[in-house]
Design a protein around this ligand. Structure first.
Ligand code: DP6
Length: 340
């Protein structure tokens, strides 16, 4: 309409998935560029259950940049959000400089409005920043017509976000360069590779974690000799091994290494000074239950992993889901925890 021509508004909506690391990222060598001390590897979850949806709009009529998180207005000045915005605009400028094909490009000087929502409780601590920043960067890139390598931009929002830019099994390369140009995410195997793989999320607590990942890993880098050893000597071997287990769809190998790596990550938290505790008694009960379940079957049929919080993520295969869910229900009957 004439109205629209006079008041141009462009808007795009994207969705992005959550990812769960099986070889954990913990520790930065550059805090501003978000460059890790070790490579990491994750599984991207299906968006049917958990996803972030973000709409980004630009208009000449917007007086200022604004942001809404789950319906509530939030601070648009967050340095990491600003870094993502700056990087996408820089790529857009670079692209436009090279060609005259887009006759009327969306002005890079228009203010933007961003609205983002999770279809799961943010408080549950389920890697919401990973899906959130992956989604933000995708939406901004589409808005400005930027294509190509975007994991580098998502990384500037949150390290783990770069892995949510791809589906399936994803490795985030540590990289060597000080400018971070080689610290990117790439697919180890596509989402179609292992159709029987399932993920269960056991929500132990909906409370916000006392020590966030960013602050926690900084203290670990500063104080934990175990973390240094892990990054230098343990992770490189484990990445090669994990990649092989994934390629061969070897659930026992995959599951054992997933549990070992989660346990070592939490050991580095204990080795941090002052120590950080993310697991609680219920988390440890779930760990014991998984090992008892596997011992009963004489092989690894379920594997747990925990991030910077007490909630358990369980990997298993389709044929084991019903039985394990039943075992969890019996072990943690609703009545015993106040019907929560
Ligand atoms: C334990 O990506 O949240 O989930 O880069 O500071 O934003 P920042 O940290 P973040 O850390 C995630 C840590 C982890 C392990 C992982 O996802 O690899």
């Amino acid at each position: 309409s004439a109205m629209a021509e006079e008041r141009p508004l462009a808007a795009v909506t994207c969705t992005a998935p959550v990812n769960i690391a099986v070889i954990k990222y913990w520790g930065k060598r550059d805090n501003d560029l978000i460059l890790p001390i070790n490579s990491s590897l994750s599984v991207t979850l299906h968006q049917d259950q958990l996803k972030t949806t973000t709409t980004a709009a630009a208009s000449r009529d917007f007086a200022e940049d604004r942001l809404w998180l789950n319906g509530e207005e939030a601070d648009v000045g967050h340095p990491r959000l600003q870094a993502c915005l700056r990087e996408v605009r820089r790529l857009a400028r670079k692209r436009r400089g090279g060609s005259a094909e887009d006759a009327a490009p969306l002005s890079l000087s228009y203010k933007i409005h961003i609205a983002t929502e999770n279809n799961f409780p943010t408080a549950a601590g389920l890697a919401s920043s990973a899906a959130g920043y992956a989604c933000l960067v995708s939406a901004l890139a589409r808005l400005y017509g930027v294509e190509g390598e975007l994991s580098e931009v998502a990384r500037r929002g949150s390290g783990s976000a770069c892995r949510s830019m791809l589906g399936g099994f994803v490795q985030w390369e540590r990289g060597q360069r000080p400018d971070g140009r080689d610290s990117l995410a790439h697919q180890v195997a596509p989402e179609t590779h292992w159709p029987e793989l399932r993920v269960l999320v056991l929500v132990v607590s909906g409370e916000k974690k006392p020590v966030g990942s960013t602050a926690g890993m900084q203290t670990s880098v500063d104080t934990s000799p175990l973390l240094k050893h892990r990054a230098e000597a343990v992770v490189p071997e484990r990445l090669a091994l994990m990649t092989r287990h994934i390629r061969e769809r070897d659930f026992e190998g995959f599951g054992q290494l997933t549990m070992q790596d989660s346990n070592q990550f939490h050991a580095t938290c204990l080795d941090t000074f002052p120590p950080i505790f993310y697991l609680n008694d219920l988390s440890r009960h779930i760990i014991a239950l998984a090992h008892r379940f596997n011992a009963h079957h004489g092989r690894t049929k379920v594997a747990y992993t925990f991030d910077a919080g007490p909630n358990a993520v369980i990997f298993t295969l389709a044929d084991t889901v019903a039985e394990f869910v039943e075992v969890v229900r019996r072990s943690f009957p609703p009545a015993a925890n106040g019907d929560q």
